[in-house]
Design a protein around this ligand. Structure first.
Ligand code: ATP
Ligand code: MG
Length: 578
């Protein structure tokens, strides 16, 4: 491709809203174009890279035995009503009506559709196992679309579904997908980590997220350097503090005056206690799945812990959108809560959730549900009770690893893919049934496996750039080589550049020839910005058959004969185009 003819517009200025490098660079290189908040189009260079990622995914899906199909993005509401998700999916579901008022949605994911086609076509154990996938636009009306392709409202996803006779079959399918994902993200040049994950609104047990390591990632990961434990912070189980020894006596509860001590720091400081001797309250308003107010929830954790909201909604059997931090003024009269002084003892008309370690801890300090007062020597059972006791705390840095006890560390990442064991979550309500050898009916056991294709593109840029621009891995670069022709109207230079272009193209190398009438400085800057892995500069020494060969990822350049430069480029592309 000749740059002089390519449809491309690089930008000097970047819109203020682009906060992270991949968003800035994808816009600056003109790879993507914003149409509306969280809605992007792909221009030639961006589309080429995206298609390469898709191709890697296709090859690995096919190799794992999955078959590609393409379902419609528009989905009838009835299927979502059957699975129970029409309401449960919440406001992210992009609902639309046709001209007759019939409800549809733009698919955020396709469990219902795949379950529907399979229940229509599969009836016997002989037809299982089966794996089907598609690559398609998905729609989620995200509350906060941001970071360009990372969290958009329209995005490209590969979604795959497995259908098995039983749990063992599902385990085999899941492992095949897990291995395929490992190969896919390796081939895309990502540094990533599979981590245990919460299975969120989709449900079921057993899930991993594939996370590309990055400071700007929205996922927080807890991991152990001593063993294999790695999980999203939402999912990571905690080790409860050891219960107070039997020998510790339950002291009489006492109300104390603690003026103005609204935070845990303040009250612990005022009373001379450790934060771990106090109880922290977090208050929520609850909504039903049609977003109507549905009472209040008070959650309690030890004063030095953080609440894990995902664990809290799971403990209550709710969806994430059904809990919201409560307005204390509203909640106070209804439940007895008092801002900064709420304890588990004095509440009414409110669901009380207590973290699993609190019942074992004696003589704690909690709010008295009275302004400027706390209670000391508060004990579970005697002074307060819970509707639910569950692990609802965050596994923090330095806490003991739930597997081996070594101190936990945290890091950040971008969730590029997720694999789930759905079990029979969809096949039971939707009646996807097969008959075994003895003609007995069983629900099909399912798994689902997603990759954010457009998010993966952004993650690659996030991990592969410097202050001048992108540094593409060969496997997903829009082109492998850029030839910078310094003076396009110098006949000798133009001829050498054309020859290199022809030879590389004939060898299957993808080449961009910068034949624009621009100053050399502009061309070099653009080559660095666009980030093709290899740059061959044809300039002053062209008459002697000498060109400059440089890898984008390295600082050094070399003077080589044109033939040698071609050979080197072909060799590198063969080796790294995995
Ligand atoms: P997140 O937690 O980031 O909202 P999710 O867990 O809801 O994502 P899945 O339902 O697992 O997402 O979707 C499969 C994949 O699709 C994700 O692993 C992610 O890579 C991608 N994805 C999800 N939401 C978006 C989005 N809004 N924009 C771009 N990619 C997305
Ligand atoms: Mg996910």
């Amino acid at each position: 491709m000749r740059l002089s003819q390519m449809y491309m517009k690089t930008l000097r200025e970047v819109p203020n809203e682009a906060e992270i490098p991949s968003h800035v660079l994808l816009l600056r290189t003109g790879m993507i174009r914003k149409l509306a908040s969280g809605v992007y189009g792909f221009l030639p260079l961006g589309w080429r890279s995206l298609r390469k990622i898709e191709e890697i995914i296709r090859q690995e899906m096919d190799r794992a035995g999955a078959q590609e199909i393409l379902m419609s993005a528009i989905q009838p509401a009835e299927l979502w009503e059957e699975s129970g998700r029409w309401n449960a999916y919440g406001p992210e579901l992009w609902r639309i009506k046709d001209r007759n008022g019939r409800d549809f949605c733009l698919g955020p994911t396709h469990e219902e559709i795949f379950t529907d086609i399979v229940r229509d076509s599969i009836s016997s154990y002989r037809q299982l196992p089966l794996m089907l996938y598609q690559i398609q636009h998905k729609y989620r009306d995200e509350a906060r679309p941001r970071f360009g392709l990372m969290r958009s409202r329209e995005f490209i996803m590969k979604d795959c579904y497995s259908f098995d006779k039983d749990q063992e079959g599902l385990d085999v399918s899941y492992q095949k997908m897990y291995d395929a994902y490992t190969r896919i993200f390796t081939r895309c040049g990502l540094k990533f980590r599979p981590v245990e994950a919460d299975s969120g609104a989709i449900g079921g047990k057993g899930s991993h997220e594939f996370t590309a390591l990055s400071e700007v990632g929205e996922s927080e990961i807890a991991y152990c350097e001593n063993c294999d434990m790695a999980a999203t912070v939402e999912k990571a189980e905690c080790v409860d503090a050891a219960p107070s020894p039997e020998s510790v006596e339950l002291l009489p509860m006492e109300k104390v005056h603690t003026p103005g001590t609204k935070t845990i720091e303040e009250v612990a400081g005022f009373l001379g206690l450790e934060k771990s001797q106090t109880i922290k309250a977090l208050l929520f308003a609850r909504y039903d799945d049609e977003l109507r107010p549905d009472g209040y929830v008070a959650a309690f954790v030890r004063g030095d812990r953080e609440l894990n909201e995902t664990k809290l909604v799971n403990a209550l059997g709710l969806n994430e959108f059904q809990l919201e931090f409560a307005d204390e003024e509203k909640m106070g009269p209804a439940t007895g809560a008092v801002g900064g002084f709420t304890g588990p003892g004095g509440l009414h008309d409110c669901t009380i959730v207590v973290d699993s370690e609190l019942p074992g801890l004696k003589n704690l300090c909690a709010g008295a549900c009275e302004a400027d007062h706390h209670l000391i020597n508060v004990n579970y059972g005697r002074d307060y009770k819970a509707d639910v006791v569950a692990d609802i705390k965050v596994l923090a840095e330095g806490d003991p690893c739930p597997c081996c006890g070594a101190p936990i560390r945290h890091t950040r990442g971008i969730e590029v893919g997720q694999v789930f064991k759905l079990q029979t979550k969809y096949s039971v309500p939707m009646g996807a049934i097969y008959k075994d050898e003895k003609q007995k009916d069983h629900p099909i056991v399912m798994g689902c496996y997603g990759i954010g294709v457009s998010r993966t593109l952004a993650a690659v840029v996030e991990q592969h750039h410097d202050d001048k621009g992108i540094i593409w891995p060969v496997s997903v670069a829009p082109y492998h080589v850029i030839i910078t022709l310094v003076k396009p109207n110098d006949e000798v230079q133009a001829k050498v550049a054309e020859e290199i272009y022809e030879k590389l193209t004939a060898a299957g190398v993808e080449v961009l020839l910068d034949d624009r009438n621009e100053r050399p400085g502009v061309k070099f800057n653009d080559a660095d910005l666009l980030g093709m892995p290899i740059r061959i500069t044809v300039g002053k020494l062209a008459g002697e058959g000498i060109v400059e060969y440089k890898l984008r990822r390295e600082a050094d350049k070399e003077e080589l004969s044109a033939e040698e430069a071609v050979e080197r480029a072909v060799e590198l592309v063969r080796k790294e185009n995995i």
